[in-house]
Design a protein around this ligand. Structure first.
Ligand code: NDP
Length: 308
């Protein structure tokens, strides 16, 4: 059957494409449902300095293009459509895509990653793309000569702020606590940058402006005082939400991360998980790739056991 695969991998970030590399090299017929925006979060970043093998770093999109080419080189079939649903009761599993195609898989690896977590404050949603963004490398150039805010205190917020210094006149990081959780090296770069200001112990509570961003309301988390501040752009970098909503029937925790029972196995035999969709702890490209490798090796083992 043409549409029958040994493994269907859903997602095409480092986890999905590494799984595809390993499964194809194990001679497993592999389909990657890549998504219409393929490549995951690294497609939205600039220089990646902590992926081993690149002494000078590598641009995120270049790394993903190389991973995709490598998986394809070894025989992975990749469809650039979105996953729609799956039937885990049938064997083989049935996987449907948003162009109404159906594929069959002896096994499935879920590697759909995670998406931006927004602040969920009044005025935010309607201004996404009109001054509110979660991607400085994508949208930073629109803020040349302007003043912008970055919300968050992790490495993503530090990275966004540093990227924005290339364009903006002033970058202000607003963080809800009085210390960052970002790595020391990123904090140091931010704190030493002449264009970056930091407002600790504060939260954005509302975004205001006529069809764009003009002001924010900001609340001091220590004394609850609210003040207004003029600003041209708000970059949100407060973490990510796992892309697990479409996987009903697969166990998830209260935050939506897919539960792992044993070495990338989900609650459904033959369905595995890899990367940020299950990993609330490490969330690195290199750990996602490693989970993809593990999931593919588990798939190989499972199929061998089934065949014997
Ligand atoms: P993190 O979870 O590390 O940080 C999220 C930040 O947002 C925290 O400071 C948190 O505050 C704050 N926050 C969360 N929710 C809200 C909210 N509703 N309102 C206001 N603030 C909020 O996520 P990141 O995306 O920064 O990083 C994820 C992982 O990716 C980390 O492991 C990080 O190290 C890694 N990473 C590494 C990079 C690099 O090495 N170059 C670049 C980017 C990411 P609080 O601290 O109070 O919880």
């Amino acid at each position: 059957m043409e549409n029958l695969f040994d493994v269907i991998i859903i997602g095409s970030g480092p986890a999905g494409l590494t799984a595809a590399l390993y499964s194809t090299r194990a001679n497993l017929k592999t389909l990657v449902v890549a998504g219409r925006a393929w490549g995951g979060q690294l497609m939205l970043t600039t220089l990646v300095e902590n992926y081993p093998g690149f002494p000078q770093g590598i641009q995120g999109p270049d790394l993903m293009i190389a991973m995709r080419k490598q998986a394809e080189h070894h025989g992975a079939q990749i469809v650039d459509v979105d996953f729609k649903s799956a039937d885990y009761n049938s064997r083989p599993f049935k996987v449907r895509t948003d162009d109404e195609r159906e594929f069959s898989g002896q096994t499935v690896i879920i590697a759909t990653g995670a998406d931006t977590k927004w602040l969920e404050v009044p005025g935010e949603k309607e201004r996404i793309g009109r001054g509110v963004s979660s991607c400085a490398p994508c949208d930073g150039a629109f803020f040349r000569g302007k003043n912008v805010i970055v919300a968050g205190g992790g490495d993503s917020a530090m990275e966004e702020a540093l990227v924005l210094t290339k364009y903006a006149t002033e970058v202000t990081i607003v963080h809800r606590r009085d210390s960052f959780r970002a790595s020391e090296i990123m904090q140091k770069r931010v704190k030493e940058h002449p264009k970056i200001k930091i407002i600790y112990s504060s939260e954005i509570v509302e975004i205001l402006g006529e069809n764009k961003v003009e002001r924010i309301k900001i609340k001091n988390t220590k004394n609850s005082e609210v003040s207004e501040m003029p600003i041209d752009g708000v970059f949100v970098a407060v973490g990510h939400i796992p892309n697990s909503a479409l996987f009903s029937g697969i166990d998830r925790d209260e935050q939506g991360f897919i539960k792992v029972y044993d070495h990338t196995k989900t609650n459904v035999e033959g369905v595995y998980v890899a990367g940020d969709v299950h990993d609330a702890t490490y969330k690195q490209a290199v750990t996602a790739a490693a989970f993809g490798c593990m999931a593919a090796l588990e798939v190989e083992k499972h199929l061998m056991e089934q065949a014997s």
